[in-house]
Design a binder for this molecule. Structure first.
Ligand code: EPU
Length: 296
């Protein structure tokens, strides 16, 4: 029996992935699975692993660079979800991992639950954000998580407590796909939370480029330093390779000015790393994940 027997209704072949990423870049994947709920996701994941092909789980596609040749393997898209306010119990909220993070941030603020407003403006899904412990100056998503539901290689869903997970700067110890998350939040008047959200969003809009497709900050900040400042002080704003360009507004953003390929982005990123290394003797590590993973 073929590994995808019984999954034909959610399977497509040779699907170009550019439109599933915020960069708008990426070649085709051999097998693209789009499950409609977490049960189907778990079954699809276990089946895909049986194929022995490389398996990738795609959330909002906001922190990933897919190579131009695409992926010889399987990409499973997280099932879409909408915020379910009936899942709020006191200060605890449980949501599906495929929920858009921005929808969760707005929904919790509206009912007077504080803690996630620091993530306003962060794109992608809840699960994707969790996987890389997304965040910014005011905190990271992991700060508010109490429980995570993960899928094992047999397709079984299991709960893991947040305190049994290691949460680092843009990384976690989670290796399994995430299907649902429980957050513990604080009570506060909605107006106060929404005011703070407006301020944080205003700061982001004034410092970060919103006018071109990108994957957010390209490099992690080295300990105690800001990658954006190092790149800026190396005089690299506006440097470009093909359609990929170091943003004039924030130097740690590589933007797609139109028609950029993954090779353009990778060549530009290498040039940036080399110039920062020469000038500051500091190695920049990419924050954006590259699929397939080898190379930068
Ligand atoms: N700076 C420059 N030139 C630039 C950009 C920045 O000199 O072109 C300087 C700024 O003046 C500031 C320092 O670098 O003194 C840090 O810049 P910023 O305040 O913009 O924050 P950041 O460290 O670059 C981090 C996260 C962002 C997050 C913001 C706001 C990383 C790699 N980046 O940026 O996250 O939105 O804080 O909270 O940790 C992302 O992860 O994709 C991302 C955009």
């Amino acid at each position: 029996m073929h590994w995808h027997a019984g999954l034909e209704h959610i399977l497509a072949r040779d699907v170009p992935l550019a439109e599933y990423t915020t960069f708008g870049i990426g070649g085709p994947v051999d097998y693209f699975l789009t499950p409609s709920d977490s049960g189907e996701f778990a079954r699809a994941y276990a089946a895909a692993l049986r194929s022995k092909l490389p398996v990738y789980v795609l959330g909002g596609g906001s922190n990933v660079l897919i190579r131009d040749n695409g992926i010889r393997g399987v990409v499973i898209r997280m099932p879409k979800a909408s915020p379910d306010l009936s899942s709020i119990r006191g200060q605890t909220v449980i949501v599906d991992a495929g929920l858009h993070l921005g929808a969760l941030v707005r929904a919790t603020a509206r009912v007077g639950l504080a803690g996630l407003e620091v993530l306003v403006g962060v794109p992608g899904t809840v699960g994707g954000a969790l996987r890389v412990n997304a965040g910014g100056r005011y905190g990271s998503i992991g700060d508010r998580v109490s429980l995570v539901w993960l899928v094992d290689e047999m397709g079984r869903v299991m709960a893991r407590r947040a305190r049994d997970i290691q949460w680092g700067y843009r990384q976690t110890s989670i290796t399994e796909p995430i299907t649902a998350v429980e957050f513990h939040l604080e009570r506060e008047p909605a107006a106060a939370i929404e005011r703070r959200m407006g301020e944080i969003l205003g700061e982001k809009r004034s410092t970060q480029p919103m006018d071109y497709p990108s994957a957010g900050c390209f490099f992690k900040n080295p300990p105690g330093r800001a990658a954006g400042r190092l790149i800026d002080e190396s005089g690299l704003k506006g440097l470009s390779r093909g359609g990929a360009c170091v943003s004039e507004k924030h130097a740690n953003f590589i933007v797609n000015k139109g028609g950029a390929t993954a090779s353009d982005v990778l060549a530009l990123a290498e040039e940036v790393r080399a110039r920062v290394r020469d000038r500051f003797d500091t190695e920049l590590e990419p924050e954006v994940r590259c699929w397939p993973q080898d190379g930068v």
